[in-house]
Design a binder for this molecule. Structure first.
Ligand SMILES: Cc1cc2nc3c(=O)[nH]c(=O)nc-3n(C[C@H](O)[C@H](O)[C@H](O)COP(=O)(O)OP(=O)(O)OC[C@H]3O[C@@H](n4cnc5c(N)ncnc54)[C@H](O)[C@@H]3O)c2cc1C
Length: 489
C-alpha cells in the first residue's frame, strides 16, 4: 500500500472555485496540492462564461450594425464566424491548453497534480498511485458536466454539448437546440445572428422557465425577431442521425430536423466518482450538501457548482472566500491553539492577515467572512435584451406564503428606453410586511448592469421608503427602478 504524503490541504478539481481556494491558501503559505484531470480553470474560461460571452459580444455587434438602418443611415453586414473562432482559440483558451493556468497556480505556491482525485478514507485523496493525507482539510471543487436526458437514440448520435458549440470553427447551416434555459438561449441567439437556422425545443411551457414569465415573453420575442423558431411544451421522445443530419421527434408527433443538435438540458455533478463512500457520505445525491460554511463533513469542504447552490462563477468565488477564511483559521488554531479573544490576526508566519482577504471583497481575520447567504443571489442571462434577476420571483415568493407586493415598469415608458427603442422592464417583488424587496428582474439592453442596484436593495434590505424617495439619474435605464418601486401595490 502506498504511504500517504502529508500536506496541509488537497483541492480536488481546479475550476473557478477550486483554483481560487487552492491558490489563495498556497499564497498564504500552506502546502497545497491541487488536483485537476482536465484543464485548470474549469468550465468557465474554456467552454463557459468567457468564450460564450465573446460569441455574444460578436453577435451583438452584428445586431447593433443592423439597427443602423432607420436610425443612422444604412449598413451592410456580412457576418463571418472566423474572427470569433480565432478570438476564442487564441485569446480565451490558448487552443484549450492550460499551461498558463497551471503556471498561475504553481506561481502562487500550489503543487499541481494532473489526474482524477477521489477520497480514500477520512483526510485522504488518491490520484492514481499517489495518496495525499491532508492535515487541515480537503476541498472538492469538481463542478458539473452536461446532463444528457435518456431520450431514445440520442446516446448513439454525434450530438453537441456546450463543448462542441464553443469549439466550433465552421457554423452549420441549421441547429436544433434542445433546452430553452439560459445557456441554450444565449447560444441560439448567437448562432441565429450569424445566419444559422436555429430551432429551440423546450419541454416546459415557456423558455427561461426559472425566471419571471414576463422575461420569458420578452426574450422569446427577441429571439423570434432574430429568426429563431421556438417550440415549447415539446417532450423529446426520439433522436436519430442519418449521417447528414438530426431528426428529433416529440412525444406528440412533432418532428424537427437540423444539421446539428445541441443538448443543453442542465448539468449534473458526478458524485459517484469521488469516493464519498470512504468517508460515509451517500453519493446517490444530485449535489453535495453543504452548510453555510461550505462544510460537508469533518475536514471536508466543497465549493462551486458541485454544491448545487447556483451554477455561477460568482457563487464559486463567493464560496471560495468562506472556505479560504475557515481553512486559514483552522491552520492557525492547529499551529497556535485557539485565540481567546477571537479576533487574532489570521495565521502566523507566512500566513499573514492580508492573505485572508476574500475574493468577494470581504477582508479581515480568517473566520470572520460571514456565512453563505444566497438571498440576494444575482443571475444574468446574456441574451439581447439581457435578463438580470436577483432573489425570489413573484411565484416563488407567493409559494413561500410571503405577503407579496409587485411593482412593474416597462422600459419603453422610461425616457431612455423610449429613445433607445428598447424592449424590457423592471419588476420588483416586495415583502409587504417587512417593507423590503426580496426579488427583482431587470430586462433590457443593459439588464445585467441595471441589476446591480436591485442586488444592493435586496442584499442590504433597503427600506422601500428609501428606494421610493432616492434620486435616479435621468435619463438612464435604471431610472425605471424608481417607477417600478412606486408602482408597488
Ligand atoms: C456555456 C456556459 C456559459 C456559462 N456562462 C456563465 C456566465 O455567464 N456567468 C456565470 O457566472 N457562470 C456561467 N456559467 C457557469 C460557470 O461556468 C460555472 O458556474 C463555473 O465554471 C463553476 O465552477 P466550478 O469551479 O464549480 O466548476 P468547474 O468550472 O466545472 O470546474 C470543475 C473542475 O473539476 C475537475 N474535476 C472534476 N472531477 C475531478 C476529479 N475527480 N479529479 C480532478 N479533477 C476533477 C473538472 O475537470 C473541472 O476542471 C456558464 C456555463 C456554461 C456551460
Amino acid at each position: 500500500m502506498t504511504e500517504p504524503e502529508i500536506v496541509d490541504v488537497v483541492v480536488v478539481g481546479l475550476g473557478v472555485g477550486g483554483e481560487e481556494v487552492g491558490g489563495r491558501l498556497a499564497e498564504a503559505g500552506l502546502s497545497v496540492v491541487g488536483v485537476e484531470r482536465d484543464l485548470v480553470g474549469g468550465e468557465c474560461p474554456y467552454w463557459g462564461c468567457i468564450p460564450s460571452k465573446m460569441m455574444i459580444r460578436a453577435a451583438n455587434a452584428i445586431a447593433e450594425a443592423r439597427r443602423v438602418d432607420g436610425l443612422a443611415g444604412t449598413a451592410e453586414v456580412r457576418p463571418d464566424w472566423a474572427p470569433v473562432a480565432k478570438r476564442i482559440r487564441e485569446e480565451a483558451t490558448d487552443t484549450w491548453d492550460d499551461r498558463v493556468a497551471v503556471e498561475r497556480f504553481t506561481g502562487r505556491g500550489g503543487r499541481f497534480v494532473r489526474g482524477s482525485g477521489r477520497l480514500d478514507g477520512p483526510g485522504r485523496v488518491r490520484v492514481g498511485d499517489q495518496v495525499f493525507q491532508a492535515r487541515h482539510g480537503i476541498v472538492l471543487g469538481t463542478g458539473t458536466r452536461p446532463s444528457v436526458p435518456p431520450i431514445d437514440g440520442l446516446a448513439d448520435t454525434p450530438y453537441w454539448t456546450n463543448h462542441q458549440a464553443i469549439e466550433v470553427e465552421e457554423l452549420p447551416g441549421s441547429l436544433l437546440v434542445l433546452g430553452g434555459g439560459a445557456i441554450g438561449l444565449e447560444l441560439a441567439q448567437v448562432f441565429a445572428r450569424f445566419g444559422v437556422r436555429v430551432t429551440v425545443v423546450e419541454a416546459l411551457d415557456r423558455v427561461l422557465a426559472v425566471e419571471e414569465p414576463e422575461a420569458s415573453e420578452v426574450v422569446a420575442a427577441a429571439l423570434r425577431t432574430d429568426g429563431v423558431e421556438i417550440h415549447t411544451g415539446v417532450k423529446a421522445a426520439r433522436v436519430d442521425h442519418d449521417g447528414e443530419g438530426f431528426t428529433l421527434r416529440g412525444a406528440g408527433g412533432e418532428t424537427f430536423t437540423a444539421e446539428r443538435l445541441l443538448v443543453v438540458t442542465g448539468r449534473r455533478a458526478h458524485l459517484e466518482e469521488l469516493g464519498l463512500d470512504t468517508v460515509g457520505i451517500d453519493a446517490r445525491q444530485r449535489f453535495l450538501p453543504v452548510d453555510d460554511r461550505l462544510h460537508v463533513a469533518d475536514g471536508l469542504w466543497a465549493v462551486g457548482d458541485v454544491t448545487g447552490e447556483g451554477a455561477f462563477t460568482h457563487i464559486a468565488m463567493y464560496q471560495a472566500a468562506i472556505v479560504v477564511a475557515d481553512l486559514l483559521d483552522h491552520a492557525r488554531r492547529a499551529t497556535r491553539g485557539p485565540d481567546p479573544s477571537g479576533t487574532a490576526s489570521a495565521v502566523g508566519g507566512a500566513m499573514g492577515a492580508a492573505s485572508a482577504v476574500g475574493a468577494n471583497g470581504s477582508s479581515g481575520p480568517a473566520g470572520t467572512v460571514p456565512p453563505a447567504d444566497y438571498r440576494a443571489l444575482p443571475r444574468v442571462t446574456f441574451t439581447d435584451p439581457e435578463v438580470g434577476a436577483v432573489g425570489l420571483t413573484e411565484h416563488q415568493a407567493r409559494e413561500r406564503g410571503i405577503n407579496v407586493q409587485v411593482g412593474f415598469a416597462e422600459l419603453s415608458s422610461s425616457t431612455r428606453g423610449w429613445i433607445h427603442r428598447a424592449d424590457g422592464f423592471i419588476k420588483v417583488v416586495a415583502d409587504a410586511d417587512q417593507g423590503v424587496l426580496i426579488g427583482a428582474t431587470s430586462v433590457g439592453p443593459a439588464g445585467g448592469e441595471v441589476l446591480s442596484g436591485l442586488v444592493v436593495a435586496v442584499h442590504a434590505a433597503v427600506p422601500l421608503a428609501q428606494l421610493r424617495h432616492m434620486i435616479y439619474a435621468y435619463p438612464t435605464f435604471h431610472r425605471a427602478i424608481g417607477d417600478a418601486v412606486r408602482d408597488l401595490s
